[in-house]
Design a protein around this ligand. Structure first.
Ligand code: SER
Length: 316
């Protein structure tokens, strides 16, 4: 099926891989990448690119009209650790970009919209284990507050204006193609780079803080599956819980040590430990399984194998 797609924030950790996957599926020319900066060679050279600020409504509208876009994926956001340093900038970026695309969909300029939420919507009073789809949230970070508000707005635009917006609460995402930026779960990527480069790593979280995580291939597959799904099957219009695995820094170091036996990890927790402590340890994603057949493929062991196989070929 031919459809034209725009990705906002295409040069980030998720956007890069999502763009490449969508181009593979729908054809390079059908998938327009956009960001406020240029991205990797493979992204820039494989299809159309527009320099675009996700907070600029008119600029997005122009690109949508010019390329006759039907679907938008909004992947631009300021993540949890950076947002604590720049609360107002984070709020403005995370919320204004969302309002822009929700309003474009409300005005029928686009047909369908994907917007990512996060495990950061949960807070210190949320049940930590097997966190349910619907539960106490009360996020205590700037990023979490923006994501929870975003979820309420998505649900509102769906019920009030019939906007076809779809969303998942991504766990921490592990990938090798593009570096993450400013997240609390970034340690789970840094650790692989450090293991390969110097066989040692100082972790900014404590060894026992267990968080929900996912390998990028699973995250991309989930995103595309949800966007492909028949709208009648989607019973959650805020955001779906999504899960694959849960582990602590101690678990991931043990998994790397099986491949690099002399790997040493020390712990020097900073403010990100405080953020991690408020997030769930594991997530109940039965609603996503039930509604649109979600199933993860990667656990910690095969994620480690993939990361150690692909990272050496990346230039840093
Ligand atoms: N991985 C993100 C972060 O750590 C959570 O969505 O900020």
């Amino acid at each position: 099926m031919q459809k034209s797609i725009l990705i906002l924030g295409a040069c980030g950790q998720i956007g890069t891989e999502l763009t490449l996957a969508l181009r593979e599926l729908y054809g390079n020319e059908q998938v327009v990448a956009s960001d406020i900066r240029e991205g990797t060679d493979s992204l820039m050279n494989s299809g159309p690119f527009e320099l675009l600020d996700a907070t600029n409504y008119e600029a997005i509208e122009d690109v949508i009209m010019y390329h006759e876009i039907e679907e938008v994926y909004l992947m631009a956001a300021m993540l949890s650790a950076t947002a604590e340093k720049f609360p107002e900038r984070a709020w403005n970026l995370n919320m204004n970009s969302l309002f822009n695309v929700l309003n474009l969909a409300k005005e029928k300029k686009i047909e369908k919209l994907f917007w990512p939420s996060s495990i950061a919507v949960f807070g210190p009073n949320t049940p930590k284990d097997n966190t349910p789809q619907s539960t106490i949230m009360e996020p205590s970070t700037v990023y979490g507050i923006s994501k929870q508000s975003g979820e309420r707005w998505c649900s509102y635009y769906y019920h009030k204006f019939g906007v076809d917006v779809r969303s998942v609460r991504y766990p921490g995402l592990i990938s090798w193609k593009t570096l993450p930026g400013g997240g609390t779960t970034d340690y789970a990527i840094e650790i692989y780079h450090a293991a390969l480069e110097k066989a040692s790593y100082t972790c900014f979280l404590n060894e026992d803080v267990k968080l929900p995580m996912m390998f990028m291939d699973d995250a991309i597959r989930a995103t595309i599956k949800l966007m492909d799904c028949n709208p009648e099957k989607i019973s959650v219009r805020s955001s779906y819980n999504l899960a694959a695995m849960s582990f602590s820094p101690a678990d991931i170091s043990a998994s790397i040590k099986k491949h690099i036996p002399n790997f040493k990890v020390s712990y020097s927790p900073d403010f990100r430990q405080g953020i991690a402590e408020t997030w769930p340890s594991s997530i109940d994603d039965s609603k996503a399984k039930e509604d649109w057949g979600w199933e993860s493929k990667f656990n910690l062991e095969n994620t480690t194998v993939e990361m150690l196989k692909h990272l050496p070929s990346q230039s840093h």
